[in-house]
Design a protein around this ligand. Structure first.
Ligand code: XMP
Length: 512
């Protein structure tokens, strides 16, 4: 295990993911709780993350001395490097050269981190983001690389196995970064990488059995990957002590409800209650146009319907949820101030409080890509596991303005054609999320010899790593032209197609 001490960098999660990709389990804790977590977890190595603070500030956050004195290998990244250097007796100064973005470092000496990756004398691209720099080495360290803005860009103390760097190895903009982290995990810390999804699966099954005993578990399916993987895993552990409830709110994509039912009832033979609640949801959404209002109505109704069905099933002791690690990680807050709510995401949030059941959350330690890998390990079909994220409120927020079943039908058909085109072009897995939107405007067109007055479909496709920021996907114009033609020819009610070229920020991925 590796413990990652978070000083508030935007990319700390990436460190955890890179380490796990090496087959070593890692956990993130905020620096304020690092000492206790270190004592409890007894990690084989520690990584200190970057962060926005300056070690020159009076109340600068520090790494616990207990960690630096425990005799385990430590890797410091950016702020992690600076605080390590300062705490161990070196000097850090405010940089006159602030370096942000792409930079070049020159390797001035050999070092275990560079083995088989970077050679002495060579120059390599890295990603920097810092204002301060180390100007005097702490006792026992040597400098092994330099950069224009920092004469000592990487420091090493081989006897204590302490290494630290000014740049960020965890981001893709440092092309060799993953290999440098691998060297730390494998060569420096000597960890072998036996944390695989197969091992996770076996361990998780044991844990679920131990937690649930003879109890009954109820699991809400949304049609998404997380709840499906959680359900299949729990079923493997406790068989028919699990009942799944699939609340179909009628806002799913084309054939989505059917595919969930087929998969669970027929492929896995898992007991499934399928609640067709489309009329209830559409009724409640009648006349509603405000996006937040839509989310609130859908979120509340979802809980009501699920709760009612759970009572029918009766007597469950546990509620299963597909909570993921990013929802569990405590974030480092320097200000403590509230952040603005851009969209109130509904993820069945209020259920546990309302239902007064104990929670089973077998995915709480996993990132999204690990959930997908676990799904494959459990035999879920690739097309299901690899599906783009889909928001809880579904098509309701892809249909700006009032929602009607007629509009939903048009949207479903247009979306299905768009996704089919993307799959045929082999682009589905390169794109983070792609979908159609039905605009609440009609425009004039001409078809055959007649005038048409019909809806506009917007197409959206973005690349992203976590949905927090995104870029529009630059399709070939011929692809877009062919897709527009297919949609207009095959979907009644549409006579115009537009493509959204907004990035996030300033846009959001969804239109509402
Ligand atoms: P935005 O539109 O905020 O979306 O850029 C970021 C990611 O979150 C998804 N999303 C939601 N997911 N409930 C959800 O479960 C919601 O209300 C919701 N709104 C947006 C969106 O699909 C994208 O992946």
């Amino acid at each position: 295990k590796i413990l990652i001490v978070d000083f508030g960098s935007q990319v700390t999660q990436l460190i955890a993911r890179r380490v796990r990709e090496e087959g070593v389990y890692s956990e993130i804790v905020p620096f304020q709780k690092a000492e206790a977590a270190f004592a409890e977890m007894k990690p084989k190595a520690v990584i200190l993350s970057g962060g926005p603070a300056s070690v020159l500030d009076a109340d600068a956050p520090k790494a616990p001395m207990a960690i630096l004195q425990a005799g385990v290998p430590v890797l410091g990244i950016c702020y992690g490097e600076q605080t390590m250097a300062a705490q161990l007796g070196g000097t850090v100064e405010g940089g006159h050269h602030r370096e942000f973005g792409r930079a070049t470092i020159e390797i001035t000496d050999d070092c275990a981190l560079f083995d088989g990756v970077w050679q002495k004398g060579g120059q390599y691209d890295v990603w920097m983001s810092h204002g301060d720099r180390v100007t005097k080495l702490p006792e026992g360290f040597r400098g092994v690389a330099k950069a224009a803005g920092s004469p000592i860009a990487v420091i090493a103390d081989d006897s204590r196995k302490f290494y630290a760097m000014q740049f960020h190895p965890e981001v893709v903009h440092t092309p060799d970064g993953a290999k440098i982290l691998r060297n730390f995990v494998r060569k420096v810390a000597g960890l072998t990488g036996d944390w695989t999804m197969r091992a996770f699966r076996e361990e998780a099954v044991e844990k679920i059995r131990a937690q649930v005993g003879q109890g009954k578990v109820i699991c809400g399916l949304s049609g998404g990957v997380d709840s499906a993987v959680a359900a299949v895993l729990i079923h493997e552990a406790i068989g028919d002590q699990l009942t799944c409830v699939f609340v179909d709110h009628g806002l799913l994509r084309k054939d989505e409800g059917k595919s969930v039912v087929d998969l669970f009832r027929h492929h896995y033979n898992i007991p499934l209650v399928h609640v067709d609640a489309a009329d209830t949801f559409l009724g409640a959404l009648k006349g509603v146009t405000d996006p937040e209002q839509k989310r609130k109505i859908i979120g509340k109704l979802f809980i009501d319907v699920f709760d009612a069905e759970a009572k029918v099933v009766g007597g469950a002791d546990f509620l299963a949820q597909g909570t993921l690690y990013p929802d569990v990680i405590e974030s480092v807050s320097f200000t403590g101030g509230p952040s603005v709510t851009i969209k109130s995401h509904h993820n069945v949030g209020g259920l546990p409080e309302r239902m007064n059941m104990k929670l089973v959350e077998p995915l709480r330690e996993l990132f999204k890509d690990e959930v997908r890998a676990l799904g494959r390990e459990l035999g879920l079909p690739d097309v299901f596991v690899g599906r783009h994220p889909f928001p809880g409120p579904g098509l309701a927020i892809r249909c700006p303005g009032e929602i009607t079943s007629e509009k939903l039908e048009i949207l479903r058909n247009a979306d299905a054609i768009y996704i089919d085109q993307i799959r045929k072009a082999g682009l589905y897995d390169t794109i983070w999320q792609a979908f159609a939107v039905l605009l609440p405007v009609k425009t004039v067109g001409v078809m055959g010899d007649g005038r048409t007055y019909e809806y506009v479909v917007g197409l959206r496709a973005v690349t992203s790593t976590d949905g927090m920021t995104a870029d529009f996907y630059a399709f070939d114009m011929n692809f877009l032209g062919a897709t527009a033609t297919r949609i207009i020819n095959e979907v009644k009610g549409v006579n115009r197609v537009v493509y959204d070229i907004t990035s996030k920020p300033p846009g959001t991925i969804e239109w509402e």
